[in-house]
Design a protein around this ligand. Sequence first.
Ligand SMILES: Cc1cc2nc3c(=O)[nH]c(=O)nc-3n(C[C@H](O)[C@H](O)[C@H](O)COP(=O)(O)O)c2cc1C
Length: 173
Amino acid sequence: MNTLDAIKARHSTRGFSDRQLSDADLEAILFAGGQAAVGGADFTSLKLYAVQDPQLLKDIDEASARTRPGFHPLYGAPTLVVLASKESILKNIEYTNAGCVIQNMMVAAADLGIDSVYLWMAMYGINGEPELVKRLGFPEGYTCLGTVALGYEAKPFPKLKAEEQRIEATIIR
Ligand SMILES: Cc1cc2nc3c(=O)[nH]c(=O)nc-3n(C[C@H](O)[C@H](O)[C@H](O)COP(=O)(O)O)c2cc1C
């Protein structure tokens, strides 16, 4: 798949099957995350944790749904990549770095035929429970700034995203 096709194919998945991705695909996606633009090239301010432990996934799912009992914010995904960051050398750049890394991983996943969804809710769940942070193994000073669920859609996506420009864009010549 070429890059523009992968960008178009990426869409948010909110119902995953049990099928796990291969180790090779997971490694490729994590590598893509590491190839992202990062402000000040401050790569050591970021860490990625790929969670496939069913009990830890269940506990993150439950912690993330505290305000909505019965809801499953991880949508049954078999893999959750958690991005942690400490304060960067460039003030306030951390969430922007997180977005670049996670977008790279989602586009790489789409290229490999793997479905994904960026999950903000799981970040609240993780950061709200020190026990989860401990089990994930963040070093001192790191907090979760975003997560991405990966896997295969339980039901095929009805149609690819509309081809229209979704964000108003102006060209000034
Ligand atoms: C920073 C960020 C956080 C998001 N958090 C969630 C989330 O917690 N749960 C969810 O279902 N979707 C989440 N999304 C997905 C958006 O709702 C989705 O990207 C948007 O509706 C556009 O749809 P598309 O991804 O299929 O193009 C998030 C997206 C971004 C960029």
